[in-house]
Ligand binder design. Sequence first.
Ligand code: M6R
Length: 603
Amino acid sequence: MCGIVGINGTTEVCFDILGALKRLEYRGYDSAGMATLSKGAFFRKRVPGKLIQLEEKIRACPLPGTVGIGHTRWATHGAPTEKNAHPLEGKHVVLAHNGIIENHEALRAQFSMDPFDSETDSEGIVHLLDAYRERGMPLSEAMSQLFQVLQGSYALAILFRDEPDTLIGARSGSPLVVGYGREGRLFLASDVVAFSDFCDEVTYLEEGDWVELKGAQATIHPDGGSGVVVRPRVPIGETMKVLTKEPYRHFMRKEIQEQPAVLRHLLTTLSDPLKKNTVAWASLSNLCIVACGTSFYAGCVAKYWFEKVARLSVRVEIASEFRYNHPALPLGTGALFVSQSGETADTLAALRFAKQQGIFCIGIVNVPESSLAREADVLWQTHSGVEVGVASTKAFTAQLAVLWHLVEEAAEQRKALSSEEKKTLDRAFQTLPEQVEEALLLDASLQKLAARFGHTTSALYLGRGALHPIAMEGALKLKEISYIHAEGYAAGELKHGPIALVEDALPIVVLSPYDALFPKTLSNIQEVLARRGQVILFTDPEGAEAVHSLSHRLHLYTLPQVSPIFAPIVYTIPMQLFAYHVAASRGTDVDQPRNLAKSVTVE
Ligand code: M6R
């Protein structure tokens, strides 16, 4: 989603701002801009579209100044045009905003005599600050007033025309980080990744903080007031620094390939006896898992695991629906929030809602500094490193591994698992990295398959039990990056409607290891073949044996024999590879697909 960058130094900043914006590209955006302050004048350039266009403009005519701000905008209010791109400029201020100002209409009404240049919700902030400065309000009073008036969520980077060499940041509901660079340069960004090449230490601003970056000094004011607070400076984690896709063409491809290594590392952290995160599973009567998108599908797999293995009743809720659905949360309910970014607005709002109801909240996140990580009562980290591709891959399989670990913990505490069963499952869990490695060997044949089906306009994905969510995840991956319509169904649902779609051109991806339900799925496959549909079957050696002579319309892919419990993790791999190769063959923007953002920080 939108990205903010600010730099205050002693040398020209415009190309470093550009570099930092490039590192935020992965968040998704559709326009970009930059502004600097030099000798009491603002300089500004904005473009609709991609950073490359901004770069061309800047290279043709660099912006002067040693202090500046930049922005990548993901349009919410107003189309992605130049006039709606940030930074937005007024008489006294120029600013970049992330988030949504909910009282923007009231602000437009308040300043109805002033012309508004854009259709954005953000421009009211410019008019407010201009009005405060016109009245001669000092900086600190203007910022305090601003906090009192603005409703909604915001992270701001602001330059004041008559505050030379000063960069202002403010946050409420959207993340903002201060970075301490070499040679006394100070940075501001919505994501550490923006400046991790320039800084070794950062401070994560808290809700209601605003910060003055002046000279080499960062002064933080808490609670939207004029007091001063000292917040810790923490080192930037190594994983934040590795942001190259080499030797692959896309980050997504690299991230798919990283999964065995991520799982290996995760297995060592999960078995760390020093871990402090504990949940009293036996005291819970039920669990509510809340998440969005791919993280929601991880929750759906976990529901199956928790109920089967730990005998704990689970419901899975889409975060954007949860708090508006008047959920009944009886005594003994625990809530588990799953999020790669830890900044998804819907998931965060759901967590805050659950906390207000006095519910114990467990978090699973990939970004340890995220808001969700800070606000959950108990936290598990997925340790996948930065995930740059908008389509989540390695974070998803890591979420599943962490979720499994919690299922086992719950099963033990609830005495739902014998020590023999636990040993067998543990052994199988430990072999996952190798099995994922084996699944990755399908790469070349899936590339060929993608070439064959790359022109399809629609696809169906079918799976049963814990593979039903993987069918939905496979369909989501295909939709996101190749823009092909796809739907995931429980295999048994085929005959209740989707079978009407079956025709020669429709690929139907079926996920079915040779388990107790295989014969039932085989019937569904027969139903499709009888109607001249194309089946792409992912199964194991026994399943392959059972279907090998079925039809030339059945495309067979054999995965390793895997414990049925862990099939969701292993069967995810070909879903990712197939979607990737289809998208790459269609030439879409795989890492930054149209209209999507890596972390959806607005409702
Ligand atoms: O950061 P989160 O896990 O909370 O994000 C949730 C969804 O926005 C995310 O999974 C989205 O669906 C991905 N683009 C899926 O690839």
